[in-house]
Design a protein around this ligand. Structure first.
Ligand SMILES: [Zn+2]
Length: 138
């Protein structure tokens, strides 16, 4: 048992060779997801903007319209993914609810952890809350 690199709670879990408790692991992966989806949304917006700015002042050809539609769809998908990532992280931080796909890891984690520290207990004890603005409010 070593102290978690984030909260110093004892843990038997490791990620990339670093001791990290389950709660901190979920928080870190969810935060990473927010950062990645936000970056993807930014990229999608830049592509969309570049395409739209290519034809200022006149209507694009039919294939140009399709290119714009495709870029708009990509941007829409990227925004939804970002909103979902923010929602997953804030739900975890505020309510201790672990995203479904991270629960698989939770089960493995609980079996390798010493007696009885569940994911929700770990999350509730966390004093580090990251306040996020919902992307819908921007
Ligand atoms: Zn921790």
């Amino acid at each position: 048992m070593l102290p978690c690199v984030r909260c110093k709670a004892e843990t038997e879990l490791y990620e990339n060779g670093v001791p990290i408790c389950f709660g901190c692991s979920v928080r870190e992966r969810s935060t990473q997801e927010v950062l990645e989806t936000t970056a993807n949304k930014g990229e999608a917006f830049r592509r969309f903007e570049a395409i739209v700015l290519q034809s200022p002042g006149h209507l694009p050809h039919a294939d140009g319209v399709q290119v714009i539609k495709n870029a708009a769809n990509e941007l829409s998908v990227a925004r939804k993914q970002m909103a979902r990532a923010y929602d997953r992280l804030s739900t975890y931080l505020e309510q201790g609810i672990v995203p479904e796909d991270l629960k698989v890891t939770a089960k493995k984690a609980v079996t390798t952890m010493a007696a009885g520290v569940g994911a929700q207990g770990t999350a509730k004890r966390s004093s580090t809350a990251i306040l996020l603005k919902s992307p819908k409010q921007r």
